[in-house]
Design a protein around this ligand. Sequence first.
Ligand code: FAD
Length: 393
Amino acid sequence: AKPHVVVIGGGYGGAAAARYVRIWSGGDIDVTLVEPNPTFISCPLSNLVLGGSRQIADLTRGYDGLTGRHGVQLVRDSATGIDVAKRTVVLSSGSMLVYDRLILAPGIEFLFNELPGMPANGEILHAWKAGAQTVALRAQLEAMPDGGVYALAVPPAPYRCPPGPYERACQVAHYFSRHKPRSKVLLLDANEDVVSKGPLFKRIWKERYGGIIEYRPGFRTVDIDAPTRTAISELGEKVTADVLNVIPPHRAGAIAAKTGLANANARWCEVDFVTFESTQAANVHVIGDAIQTAPLMPKSAHMANQHAKVCAAAVVDLLSGRAPFAAPVLTNTCYSYVSDQDVIHVASVHAYDAAKKTLLVVPGSGGLSKDASALEGTYAQSWAANIWADTLG
Ligand code: FAD
């Protein structure tokens, strides 16, 4: 029988890993992908749904390229347990999969217990996993009267998509500037400064959205009063909004914590950056937002795609009796829409350092936009089209 790779999670990391194990093994490795959702919905570009220039359908794709063209077996289910000694995965339906190598890409789990008043039922929205909550948040913004306040609570880093909350502030401000000019965007940031593209975002807020966006650093939201839509800070400050959007602190997807694979501060999964194999369990690889990242490595879709490729190549090598390539180099580019057209980017290159056993930013690599432009808007659209094709085939 052919070797069997099981992939848990069909998001940016897992879907790309499944595809590349099939391609690079020339079909000699069977791949089963476990994913509960019927479709793939992209978080990148989902802030544009809030701004009103995209619909969620524009960001939704099927898995038929993976199953048809690439011969990935798709199981629509959730993994509920992993037995690393027996190399088995148990699914919520009760059935079991046996693997030679497991790739775990479950994304993130929100820590609602760190915000006691925040109900997990969506009464206060995070919209930090694209889908129904994104659409619901857009509806709240549309229903809000002119002169209202939208407040966004940003969790302490590390969190998924460092520039994402600041892009979201731009998108909502752009919408308000056109349709509700007396309204405000209040950014309640648990961090002491803008986590990504800081000076650029702050300049753009001043130039384009002065009087609309107000930035409050060091506002660490520790509780919510849901009925009054109030965020409460560590210092007891209270901010009440017409639309309250709270991104709870997060950690690796629930299955990682449950199986003891989230071994860094009980939050993230530590890996060997040559193979992305867990430092906790042999034959289990972890990729995407769930990992304990290397220095200055963002939790991004672009990075999850890069993890997927390094991991897929290593898994194919290991299952073919070859040593994995020992010097991986990864890249990242994050585009942020500051209006419906204009975009800024930040880019970096991360190379494996054998002495330090981690990925380090290559000195002099990467860069940052000087200003927002519509030309970069076309690059951002191409980035999305390319990564969707690269992920889903
Ligand atoms: P995900 O893409 O979340 O995939 C995880 C998958 O695992 C999900 O499909 C889930 O259903 C599945 N899963 C979870 N548990 C189980 C289980 N037990 N069994 C089976 N399946 C399971 N990144 C960029 O590079 N560029 C951007 O412009 C950008 N913009 C963003 C904007 C927003 C608003 C947000 C929220 C994020 C943005 N990101 C961006 C970040 C990007 O979305 C994430 O970094 C990326 O999705 C991580 O990929 P992943 O595979 O780790 O997780």
